[in-house]
Design a binder for this molecule. Structure first.
Ligand SMILES: Cc1cc2nc3c(=O)[nH]c(=O)nc-3n(C[C@H](O)[C@H](O)[C@H](O)COP(=O)(O)OP(=O)(O)OC[C@H]3O[C@@H](n4cnc5c(N)ncnc54)[C@H](O)[C@@H]3O)c2cc1C
Ligand SMILES: NC(=O)C1=CN([C@@H]2O[C@H](COP(=O)(O)OP(=O)(O)OC[C@H]3O[C@@H](n4cnc5c(N)ncnc54)[C@H](OP(=O)(O)O)[C@@H]3O)[C@@H](O)[C@H]2O)C=CC1
Length: 470
């Protein structure tokens, strides 16, 4: 009744929920983009006030605060301040939030937006030892960047970086953790922190009011330094998970358990499944993301995927009429090209946002639209341990079973090249270092040329492969 009593303020033809990269690019093709090759893109990203966007797009209205609820039957959304707006087509780009090991524990931090990064930086400046849990993007970045603080890195797997590469690549990268960091090429020229300081010691909550996800290079130009006069000191605990996180006070309340003297006196302790207990100043939960669908999508009938993302089809449409979704919040449920898979990355959020915008426009104009070319081949370019990392196609032979062949070329400290072949055709590659192979390999994957006759020569460093296939 209450909702019905609210008067619809205005009806928009297109409405987008969320101001991250997916939301912004669903408005238009991003203007920060640098193309590296057909499918690889590098970014130069700035956070800008919404007034900049409104000035650029005169037909755009930016509404604050967040959306509190959505009613797909009446095609309306209600904002947190009680205003109701109608839409003809809606695109949900509400992103994700950290999948924390435990909620509401002030000693367990996640990193997602500028506020949470700032909270992390502040706590780190007073820390002597931290424990990082997780084996994906954030953990890989932090273990390399954090200095002046001992880091215990707990990973579930036998090798580091399992979301991005295999044990061979991990082996190639590990020595960089022990070596000194090279001097930074250039300081970051982008101001990053624009929000007020969060309250000290407060536990984190990630809500609709949280900011957009940090993207590539987020840590450049900010000091990630602890309280000790040491450079980087990382110990990796392999094949273990977290059994328990507790304080000394918690132990007083369960007298049968005690701490050994070697565990020292710390604000918090973490017991791992390998039986080891580490005391530390705080724990970073770098354990993935959950799509942001709660609570504002309650009461509708959205089909959710196993990872809790909004299922979208090849037109980025959810199961509800006139509602599209893009970016971290959605799960791509169309039949994927054999060389593409979804990962919750900036690149894909941008591509999905842009494509969703085009689909919405095409549907309004009753024009046909085909799945965008960017979903033909998975491609990701990033930096880990100061190496350029390019991932193409089924870079970890995902879903290929035993029916594939690997070619590897590795020069210690310089480059690691892995190619995945299936039926004589290139279906994936991991390129670490300045290999200059990405464009040629991308073409070989896109045109699915039969490479059987080349065998291992494909990675012969004395052959200029680019000339070879031109
Ligand atoms: C620390 C970190 C480093 C990363 N580094 C990289 C990298 O190097 N390369 C890479 O490819 N990817 C990287 N990523 C991943 C990348 O940032 C995300 O995949 C991408 O930003 C997701 O974009 P999005 O627009 O879908 O979501 P988000 O950026 O999360 O944006 C969602 C927006 O929706 C808003 N919102 C949520 N709920 C509501 C609501 N109810 N009403 C209104 N608004 C709402 C939020 O406030 C937010 O502005 C990184 C992520 C993190 C956290
Ligand atoms: N340079 C880049 O491209 C970067 C990308 N990102 C992106 O930002 C997002 C957030 O990063 P991040 O949090 O690192 O997420 P990721 O998905 O990259 O990695 C999460 C890691 O945590 C592990 N994990 C999950 N649950 C547990 C648990 N309970 N205990 C121990 N380990 C666990 C996962 O293992 P498993 O896979 O086996 O579940 C995985 O290794 C991701 O979408 C990521 O792709 C972030 C930083 C850099």
């Amino acid at each position: 009744f209450l909702r019905m009593a609210h008067k619809k303020e205005k009806t928009f033809q297109f409405m987008i929920v969320g101001g991250g990269i997916a939301g912004v690019t669903s408005l238009s093709e991003s203007f920060f983009l640098v193309k590296v090759s057909k499918t690889l893109e590098e970014f130069d990203v700035e956070e800008r006030p919404s007034s900049v966007l409104e000035a650029r797009f005169p037909n755009l209205t930016v509404i604050h605060p967040a959306v509190k609820s959505l009613n797909t039957q009446s095609h309306t959304v209600e904002t947190a301040d009680g205003r109701v707006f109608g839409y003809e087509k809606l695109c949900i780009c509400s992103g994700g939030r950290p999948k924390l090991l435990t909620q509401d524990n002030p000693y367990v931090l996640g990193i997602r937006d500028t506020d949470s990064a700032q909270a992390f930086q502040k706590q780190l400046s007073k820390a002597k030892r931290i424990v990082i849990v997780g084996n994906g993007g954030i953990a890989l970045e932090l273990v390399y960047e954090v200095e002046g603080c001992e880091v215990i890195w707990a990973v579930k797997d036998k090798a580091i970086g399992n979301t991005f590469f295999d044990a061979g690549a991990a082996q190639f990268l590990i020595p960089s953790l022990e070596a000194d960091k090279p001097e930074r090429a250039a300081p970051c020229r982008r101001p990053r922190y624009t929000t007020e300081e969060p309250a000290a010691g407060a536990s984190q909550t990630f809500t609709a009011e949280s900011g957009s996800a940090l993207g590539p290079d987020w840590h450049e130009g900010i000091v990630l330094r602890g309280a000790e006069q040491v450079s980087r000191r990382v110990s990796v605990e392999y094949e273990c998970e977290v059994e328990k996180i507790f304080t000394a006070e918690d132990l007083h309340n369960s007298p049968q358990q005690t701490l050994r003297p070697e565990n020292g006196t710390w604000p918090v302790y973490i017991l791992l499944t390998n039986g080891k207990t580490f005391g530390c100043d705080f724990v970073v939960s770098a354990t993935g993301v959950v799509p942001n669908t709660e609570p504002f999508l309650h009461g509708n009938n959205f089909a959710l995927a196993d990872d809790a993302g909004l299922q979208v089809d090849d037109h980025m449409m959810t199961s509800e009429p006139d509602v599209y979704a893009a970016g971290d919040v959605c799960t791509a449920c169309w039949e994927h090209s054999p060389l593409w898979q979804q990962m919750r990355l900036w690149t894909q959020a941008r591509q999905m946002g842009w494509y969703a915008g085009r689909c919405m426009a095409a549907h309004v104009l009753s024009e046909p639209i085909e799945l965008d070319f960017c979903f033909e081949l998975f491609s990701h370019i990033t930096k880990f341990f100061n190496y350029k990392v390019v991932l193409l196609g089924k870079f970890n032979a995902q879903g290929l079973g035993p029916n594939h062949e690997l070619l590897v070329r590795c020069t210690k400290g310089q480059e690691y090249v892995k190619v995945v072949l299936s039926g004589g055709k290139m279906v994936g590659a991991v390129l670490i270092g300045e290999t200059d192979l990405e464009e040629t390999f991308e073409n070989l994957m896109l045109n699915q040329m039969d490479l059987t006759q080349y065998g291992e020569e494909l990675l012969n460093p004395n052959i200029d492969i680019e000339d070879y296939f031109d």
